[in-house]
Design a protein around this ligand. Structure first.
Ligand code: TXE
Length: 467
C-alpha cells in the first residue's frame, strides 16, 4: 500500500495500491494492442482529439492545481501556472499531426522521400518536482506523433497522473493509448526500461538513475531521452543591472523550494560587485514568505519529504558560511529556510553537487574568462543566466557556456515553443518546441524508381555495363 503525503503537514492524503511488474506488463500489452489503430487515426482526427483533451484539461485545471499543491506542497499560484502550461503544451502539439513533414530529396533515376513514423509504445518515467507538467512535455508530442504510452509517475506524487488518465479517457482518447501505472521505480520503472515491447523511454530524474536507465535500455537498443540534474550558474558581471539581477536571483534558485533542475544554484558574481550584490540580494531573501501552499501570499512551500530535507540540510553544516538566511515555519511539514552560502569557491561540495533545495552558493570571479571557466567547471550543463549590459559580451559568454538553455538578463528556462534539455551529464535529447517530435519519431527513407522496365535502375548494374 502506497501512502501519499501532504508535505506541508506530513499527513496522509491518499492510500493507493502499488502496481507490480505484472501490472506494468499488462499496461505495455494494452499500449501495444492500441498502437496499430492509434497510428492510423487520420492526422486531422488525431489533432482534434488532442485539442479536445487540452480543452478537458482546461476545464479541470483548478481541480488539478489544487491536487498538485496538496501532493507537492508548492504554492497554489505556482501549481495554477504549471497546469496552464500542461494545457498549452497539449494545444501546441495538437497542431503537430498534420505538420509532421518529411523531405523530398533529389536523386537520380527516381524519387526519394522520407516519412516520419511513430516509434510504438513509449515508456515515460517522471519525477515529483513538476509532476503533471513534466509528464505533459512527454505525453503531448508522443501522442501527436502516433505513439501509445505508459506513464509512471513518481511514487511521492501520483495523484495528478491518475486524474489525467481519467480525463484522457473521458475526452475520447481511445482505450489503451494512455496508461498510467503507479509503482516503485525499481520494479515498474525498470520494467519499462527493459521490456522488449517498449520502443523508447523518456526519463526525467536524477543523473544516477538516468545512468541506470541508459544502461538498461542498451539490452534492447531502446531509444532514450534523459532530462537529468543540473548545477546551473547565474553569472553576474559588474556592468549588469545589479538591482534587477540581485532582486530576481532568489526566485531563480528558491522557486519550487529549490527542487528544480534549472535552479540557478551557483551565483557567480564579478569580484568588484560581490559585496554590493549580496547587500542587494538580502532583502529579497529575507522577505520570501515560506509557508502554507494554499495562502495566496506564500512564495515558497516545504520540501517534498523528511528524507529529502535531511539530504538538503547536509549541505549546511555548523561551520557553513551562511551569509543570508530566510525564515521557515516550525512544526509539522518538511520546511527548510532559504539559505545563502557566501563566499564559497567552486570546489566546495555545495557548489559541485545538485542540492535540489533552497540553498545557494555565491562565488566570486575575476574576469570574463574566469567566469566561463567556473561556469563550465561542473559535470552538468542544463540551464543558466548571464547578466550584463554589454551585448557583445552577453553573446560571447552565451556561446562559451556549455549548457542546453541559457537566458540573458533573465532567469527563464522553459517555454512550450522552444527546445529544452541538457548538455554533458544533464541529459540526452530535447523536449518541447518542434524538436521534441524528432525524439518520438523515426525517419524512414523511401526510394521510388521512375525508370521504365527496359532500363536497369541499379546503379551498379549500369556501371558494370559501362565497364
Ligand atoms: O529521483 P529518481 P528522486 C534529483 C535531485 C533529487 C534526487 C533524487 O537531486 O534530490 O534526484 O530524487 C523512477 N529504473 N532529481 O529519488 O530516483 C522513480 O520512481 C527506472 C533531479 O525522486 O531519479 C521516479 O519516477 N525508474 C530531477 C523517477 O525515476 C526508476 C528531478 C525519478 O526518480 C528507477 C527529480 C529505476 N531503477 C530528482 N529508480 C530533475 N533534474 O528535474 C527510480 N525510478
Amino acid at each position: 500500500m502506497l501512502e501519499v503525503l501532504n508535505p506541508a503537514t506530513g499527513e496522509v492524503v491518499e492510500r493507493l495500491d502499488q502496481a507490480t511488474e505484472e501490472d506494468a506488463d499488462a499496461a505495455i500489452a494494452r499500449a501495444k494492442e492500441a498502437f496499430p489503430k492509434w497510428r492510423t487515426v487520420e492526422p486531422s482526427d488525431r489533432s482534434r482529439l488532442l485539442r479536445r483533451l487540452a480543452d478537458a484539461l482546461d476545464a479541470e485545471k483548478e481541480n488539478l492545481a489544487q491536487l498538485e499543491s496538496k501532493n507537492t506542497g508548492k504554492p497554489l499560484g505556482d501549481s495554477r501556472g504549471e497546469i496552464e502550461m500542461v494545457v498549452d503544451t497539449f494545444h501546441y502539439y495538437a497542431g503537430a499531426p498534420e505538420r509532421l513533414l518529411g523531405d523530398s530529396i533529389p536523386v537520380s533515376g527516381g524519387v526519394d522521400v522520407t516519412f516520419r513514423e511513430p516509434l510504438g509504445v513509449v515508456g515515460l518515467i517522471v519525477p515529483w518536482n513538476f509532476p503533471l507538467t513534466i509528464a505533459s512535455w512527454k505525453m503531448a508530442p508522443a501522442l501527436a506523433a502516433g505513439n501509445t504510452l505508459v506513464l509512471k509517475p513518481a511514487e511521492l506524487t501520483p495523484l495528478t497522473a491518475i486524474e489525467f488518465e481519467r480525463i484522457a479517457r473521458d475526452a475520447g482518447i481511445p482505450e489503451g493509448v494512455v496508461n498510467v501505472v503507479v509503482g516503485p521505480g525499481r520494479a515498474v520503472g525498470q520494467r519499462l526500461v527493459e521490456h522488449p515491447d517498449v520502443a523508447k523511454v523518456a526519463f526525467t530524474g536524477s543523473t544516477a538513475v538516468g545512468k541506470k536507465v541508459m544502461e538498461g535500455a542498451a539490452a534492447t537498443i531502446k531509444r532514450v531521452t534523459l532530462e537529468l540534474g543540473g548545477k546551473s550558474a547565474n553569472v553576474v558581471f559588474a556592468d549588469a543591472d545589479l538591482e534587477e539581477a540581485a532582486a530576481t536571483a532568489p526566485a531563480a534558485v528558491f522557486g519550487n523550494a529549490g527542487q528544480d533542475c534549472c535552479a540557478r544554484s551557483r551565483i557567480l558574481v564579478e569580484k568588484s560587485a560581490f559585496d554590493d550584490f549580496l547587500s542587494l540580494m538580502q532583502p529579497a531573501v529575507e522577505n520570501l514568505r515560506v509557508g502554507d501552499p494554499f495562502d495566496e501570499a506564500t512564495d515558497m512551500g516545504p520540501l517534498i519529504s523528511a528524507e529529502h530535507r535531511e539530504g538538503v540540510a547536509s549541505y549546511v553544516p555548523e561551520d557553513a558560511p551562511v551569509a543570508i538566511k530566510g525564515s521557515a515555519p516550525e512544526g509539522s511539514g518538511f520546511w527548510y529556510p532559504p539559505t545563502v552560502l557566501a563566499p564559497l569557491t567552486n570546489e566546495d561540495r555545495a557548489a559541485r553537487e545538485e542540492i535540489f533545495g533552497p540553498v545557494v552558493a555565491v562565488i566570486p570571479f575575476e574576469d570574463e574568462d574566469d567566469a566561463i571557466r567556473q561556469a563550465n567547471d561542473t559535470i552538468y550543463g542544463l540551464s543558466g543566466s548571464v547578466w550584463t549590459r554589454n551585448g557583445a559580451r552577453a553573446l560571447r559568454v552565451a556561446h562559451r557556456i556549455e549548457t542546453g538553455v541559457l537566458s540573458i538578463n533573465s532567469n527563464t528556462s522553459v517555454r512550450v515553443a522552444t527546445p529544452f534539455g541538457g548538455m554533458k551529464q544533464s541529459g540526452v535529447g530535447r523536449e518541447l518546441g518542434p524538436h521534441a517530435l524528432d525524439y518520438y519519431t523515426e525517419v524512414k527513407n523511401v526510394y521510388i524508381s521512375t525508370e521504365g522496365e527496359e532500363h536497369s535502375s541499379e546503379p551498379w548494374a549500369r556501371s558494370e555495363e559501362g565497364a
